[in-house]
Design a protein around this ligand. Structure first.
Ligand code: PMP
Length: 433
């Protein structure tokens, strides 16, 4: 039975009364159904989806092949528990991920439920493997909302404030931000400076021989789609190799074709020891994983890793279908084409709007930094919030990001049609006006 308007307001009231306000909602309508890059609410309004459940839907909502795989699995069994009895989808997905992730070495894969859980387990395995305690993440990084990953995350409010104390032995290293380099420096000088700061960090803050792993987002996601220069990523990778530190690429937001490569780290010509994955891995079903060197993953003894729901068969079946869709529909190639179209539109808008500061992208991971003016580059969080609010009240699901809340990010499904894209960009244009 279709839901009526009064049911919408009833549900909004329930949300207020029964769900803590700590869970934010960008949009206050109630979803009824979704397909591709369009969500329809219970009042039959359509929303173009540029948020993709925060980067979860590279293959789009309700992809028929994913839905079919899920339905087939549901008819067989929901969850016998991998620790209790094994099933094929877990094993086939582990094999497939070992084949498609970068690295010409023996690999294994293990599954969990959320991104944060994958990061926690990458740290856990790196600590056991290296027998060292410390963890290094980066300024502006984001790795989750559990205690350990909160500690690894930047942006005190809203992610950390009042939620401590945090786990010890977590350190945040410097990370370059090309748009905000000091005015007097060339790009090369700035990158060399940050590399120097990064190396000095291991003199001033934590000794390298204490560090189990360095966890890096190849493109900082929540931090505002900040793309590091290749030279920096290569310096970090080399530093890890020189000091026996496990290099973990957190590809939870950047993975599965988003950046125009299957994994973003491939843009930088380095090979991480471990990769954490989630979000677009299973098109909306809760699934995450760690893939990487067997010598690291295989070091824990039976019972030391896992979890009740970890590697749920329905989610694994969805993930196998997702990987097929990415390959069959050439979504890695499509990401670059989509990203270019969004960039072109943003460039056009920037000629009329002085508040468009930086436009940056890797594939379809596109962002636009909103500033007071292009000279001062001062963040304009208020205008960013106004643009996002207008979009979310007028048919476009849109997200912000950035340490200073002044970045608009684009995570539209890679299967978005030209018609959906044109419609979404037209709403964006109005929002900018
Ligand atoms: N790492 C990165 C890079 C992320 O973007 C996120 C989620 N935004 C996480 C970890 C945490 O994932 P989850 O919310 O599923 O715990």
């Amino acid at each position: 039975m279709p839901t009526t308007y009064s049911q919408t307001s009833d549900l909004q009231e329930k949300r207020k009364k029964y769900v803590p306000k700590g869970v934010s909602n960008g949009n206050l309508t109630i979803a009824h159904k979704a397909f591709g890059a369009t969500v329809t609410d219970v009042d039959n309004n359509e929303w173009i989806d540029f948020a993709g459940a925060i980067g979860t839907l590279n293959v789009g909502h309700s992809h028929p092949k994913v839905s079919e795989a899920v339905k087939n699995q549901v008819d067989k069994f929901l969850h016998p528990g991998f620790n209790v009895i094994m099933y094929d989808s877990y094993l086939n997905l582990a094999e497939k991920l070992c084949q498609i992730t970068p690295g010409d070495f023996d690999k294994q894969a293990i599954f969990f439920n959320s991104g944060a859980e994958a990061v926690e387990n990458a740290v856990k395995m790196a600590r056991r493997y290296t027998k060292r305690p410390a963890v290094v993440s980066f300024v502006r990084g984001y790795h989750g909302r559990t205690n350990l990953t909160m500690g690894m995350t930047s942006k005190v409010k809203p992610y950390k404030f009042g939620f401590g104390p945090f786990a010890p032995e977590i350190y945040q290293a410097p990370f370059p931000f090309m748009y905000h380099k000091p005015a007097g420096m060339t790009e090369d000088q700035y990158v060399d400076q940050v590399i120097q700061d990064f190396e000095d960090f291991f003199i001033a803050t934590v000794a390298p021989e204490m560090v189990a792993c360095i966890v890096m987002e190849p493109v900082q996601g929540e931090g505002g789609f900040v793309i590091p220069p290749k030279k920096f990523v290569q310096a970090v990778s080399r530093f890890c190799k020189d000091h026996g530190i496990v290099f973990v690429a957190d590809e939870i937001q950047t993975g599965f074709g988003r950046t125009g490569k299957l994994f973003a780290i491939e843009h930088f010509d380095v090979t991480p020891d471990l990769i954490t994955i989630s979000k677009s891995l299973a098109a909306g079903l809760p699934l995450s994983g760690v893939v990487g060197k067997t010598e690291i993953l295989n070091v824990a003894d039976p019972g030391e890793l896992g979890g009740t729901y970890a590697g749920n068969p329905v989610a694994c079946a969805a993930a196998l279908a997702v990987i097929d869709v990415i390959e069959d529909e050439k979504l890695v190639v499509k990401a670059e084409i989509l990203g270019q179209k969004i960039e072109d539109k943003l460039k056009e808008l920037s000629s009329n709007h002085d508040f468009v500061g930086d436009i940056r992208r890797l594939g379809a991971m596109v962002a636009c930094e909103i500033v007071e003016d292009r000279f001062s580059k001062k963040p304009n969080k208020t205008k960013t919030a106004q643009i996002v609010k207008y979009a979310n009240e007028n048919g476009l699901l849109l997200l912000s990001a950035g340490l200073k809340g002044n970045v608009i990010r684009f995570l539209a499904p890679l299967v978005i049609t030209d018609e959906e894209l044109t419609k979404g960009l037209a709403i964006l244009e109005k929002a900018f006006k």
